[in-house]
Design a protein around this ligand. Structure first.
Ligand code: ATP
Length: 236
């Protein structure tokens, strides 16, 4: 098992946002956690990445307990987060944004081959390589945020609400891209999303999160047929 989260509790002062959730991601899987606004999706990803400190629970990455490690140690183990709204460094160029993520990689050949790889995946970024990130469109910035997480060859990609703020046309493109990263490049992905249909379509398995609790789990194709999921999340 690549990631195993057990009874995770996340609280902000007196407000408990995540009430003891447990779930797993196997190497090679694309798993999504779907849930409405405020269900606790970002809190879970931030807890796994080490950006918020869990109040209780255990997080195992590749069999090692990581819940007490600082974020940079988790990053070094191969965890990467694509934050909500694809946050990038606005005044750095596309290339500089990617190089920040490659900081610490000393081997010139590795740097060049990783850059080539992500530019191959996102050709528009190659065209924009010397352009400041703030001048990119929303969809291009989202691609840069994903590319920046990928360029350091993560073992697990955590993706926070990738559809947020994107035009419907781009949502499909970004989801297709995540699917091909998983199926063709073998990257393990944990996605959290409000857009249930788009994420269930590309996922192997999924969990449904409601007000800080996992209420359903299963194969994505089975969840799409569940009455409760269809009514609450798919609008059908
Ligand atoms: P969204 O889809 O709107 O991003 P989400 O499912 O990702 O929502 P979270 O962002 O994890 O949900 O928020 C869960 C709950 O925790 C919400 O009630 C939110 O207001 C609260 N919360 C999140 N971050 C903080 C914080 N830094 N301080 C206080 N409360 C917070």
């Amino acid at each position: 098992m690549l990631l195993e989260v057990k009874e995770l509790v996340i609280a902000y002062g007196n407000l408990e946002a995540v009430h003891g959730v447990s779930f797993k991601v196997e190497a090679g899987e694309l798993v999504s956690i779907i849930g409405a606004n405020g269900a606790g999706k970002s809190s879970i990803l931030n807890g796994i990445m080490g950006l918020v400190e869990p109040k209780a629970g255990a997080i195992f990455f590749d069999g090692k307990e990581i819940a007490t490690l600082p974020a940079h140690r988790r990053a070094r183990m191969g965890l990467r987060l694509v934050p909500e709204r694809g946050v990038v460094f606005p005044y750095l160029t596309v290339l500089e944004n990617l190089m920040v993520a490659l900081h610490g990689e000393r081997d010139r050949k590795t740097v060049n081959s990783r850059l080539d790889w992500v530019y191959g995946l996102f050709p528009i970024l190659r065209e924009r390589t010397n352009q400041e990130a703030r001048t990119l469109s929303g969809g291009e910035q989202q691609q840069l945020a994903i590319a920046r997480a990928l360029v350091s060859a993560p073992r697990l990609l955590l993706v926070d609400e990738v559809s947020m703020g994107l035009m419907p046309k781009l949502v499909g493109r970004v989801f297709n891209l995540l699917q091909s990263l998983n199926r063709e490049q073998g990257i393990t992905i944990l996605l959290v999303e409000q857009n249930a249909l788009a994420s269930l379509r590309i996922s192997h398995r999924a969990y449904v999160l409601e007000t800080g609790e996992m209420v359903l789990e299963g194969k994505a194709e089975d969840l799409m047929k569940e009455e409760r999921v269809r009514k609450a999340y798919l609008g059908i």
